[in-house]
Write a protein that binds this ligand. Structure first.
Ligand code: SIN
Ligand code: FE2
Length: 222
């Protein structure tokens, strides 16, 4: 009996051995992680998510002021904000339907980049029009802070600000471009971060302009 040929391992989704830029301990920036074809495929996946779970306008808990960013989610849990507070919940705030599943391409990015043994439970979809921004905040609504937050940027470049876990600490600005992956992990898991502005006309990926940011999160403690 001939010995069966060993299966050819699938190509890794990211060039293994490509070192990220570590902008602070645990704040890892993989520039141009996704090529144009991968960005376009992911965009099609996210358009399908938004078709099933329409964009909603979150509001600030205390003031009921609307966010300038519109949102959706996929995965078993989704992040929402309204006058009852910030939280994760398994259904869309308007349609009350369960969130659609996280697309396989995003699950694969988590497997490749997150260095986390458990799968993500939520993917927040942030849609930035040209004039949208997001003020400095920490991602701390998750019970499991050992898992990273993995962000994927699509469309126009964002002027992204990141500091430390001290709100008054020094910050620095980075330009997150379409196809970039950014991880808040380890000592930077609770780093303050935000988007100061969108740099219009810097990408042709979204015909309507603006930016889409996807963040994969683990929510419950294992
Ligand atoms: C977020 O903090 O939820 C989004 C960050 C980004 O848009 O890059
Ligand atoms: Fe955040």
């Amino acid at each position: 009996m001939p010995v069966p040929a060993s299966p050819v391992p699938p190509a890794p989704a990211a060039p293994l051995g490509v070192a990220p830029l570590e902008v602070a301990p645990g704040a890892l920036w993989y520039r141009e992680a996704l090529d144009r074809a991968a960005q376009a495929a992911l965009l099609a996946d996210i358009r399908a998510v938004i078709a099933a779970a329409p964009l909603f306008v979150p509001t600030m808990p205390r003031t009921a002021r609307p966010f300038s960013v519109r949102m959706s989610n996929c995965g078993p849990l989704g992040w929402v904000s309204d006058t009852s507070g910030y939280r994760y919940q398994p259904f869309h705030p308007d349609t009350r339907l369960p969130w659609p599943p996280i697309p396989p391409a995003l699950m694969a990015l988590w497997a490749t980049y997150a260095a986390c043994p458990v799968p993500p439970e939520a993917c927040l979809v942030n849609v930035y029009a040209a004039d949208a921004r997001m003020s400095l905040h920490q991602d701390r609504d998750e019970a499991d802070l050992t898992a990273p937050v993995l962000s994927v940027s699509l469309g126009d470049t964002a002027l992204f600000r990141i500091g430390s876990d001290d709100r008054r600490g020094a910050t620095r600005s980075l330009k997150l471009a379409s196809g970039d992956i950014f991880l808040l992990s380890g000592p930077s898991r609770l780093a303050f971060h935000g988007v100061d502005r969108i740099l219009g006309g810097t990408s042709t990926l979204l015909p309507e302009g603006g930016r889409i940011n996807l963040t994969l999160r683990r929510v419950t403690a294992a």
